[in-house]
Design a binder for this molecule. Structure first.
Ligand code: SME
Length: 160
């Protein structure tokens, strides 16, 4: 398995500089992460919506996905509700895992925190078991922090 190059963090920062539209930011961020990592089948965002009270599907790369996830449900909802990143080496052993894409076998999630508010989750899936290392996770936590730095709560609220 190839390692995620830590340079992705600076690349994301440069890519997102001077962008203000949250859809634009997350679209290119998901594309950049998807291109930087091998062996993925899904890479994207779920954003909490005050209107639906769920995590709504955001910009992503991959197959059609579940559109709404309850906070506390599945890997994404758990990460959001607990404000912590999780590596799931085998999604079939995670109680409550939501199988959006039958190809997924392992998953890593990182909450997105803008100021002191958790606004959503970065979710990355692989068809391989145990695809994501702690080194990958540490870089993805930094990547999520950089993406969040470019997001604005008020701009997000106009979309989600
Ligand atoms: N597997 C996730 C759902 C989202 S998809 O993987 C895109 C979960 O259990 O929350």
């Amino acid at each position: 398995m190839s390692k995620l190059d830590p340079l992705i963090v600076a690349q994301l920062d440069a890519l997102l500089t001077d962008e203000h539209n949250p859809v634009t930011i997350m679209s290119n961020a998901s594309a950049a992460l998807n291109a930087a990592m091998s062996d993925l089948n899904w890479c994207g965002f779920y954003l909490y919506s005050d209107a639906t009270k769920t995590l709504d599907l955001g910009p992503f790369q991959g197959q059609i996905a579940c559109t709404h996830i309850q906070p506390g449900s599945g890997v994404v909802g758990t990460s959001y509700a607990q404000n912590r990143s999780l590596i799931v080496p085998n999604v079939h052993e995670f109680a409550g895992h939501i199988a959006c894409d039958a190809a997924s076998n392992s998953e890593v999630v990182v909450p997105l925190q803008v100021a002191d508010q958790v606004v959503g989750v970065l979710d990355i899936d692989s068809p391989s078991l145990d695809r994501f290392s702690e080194a990958d996770q540490a870089i993805l936590i930094e990547a999520a922090a950089v993406i969040a730095k470019h997001l604005d709560v008020q701009a997000l609220a106009t979309v989600y």
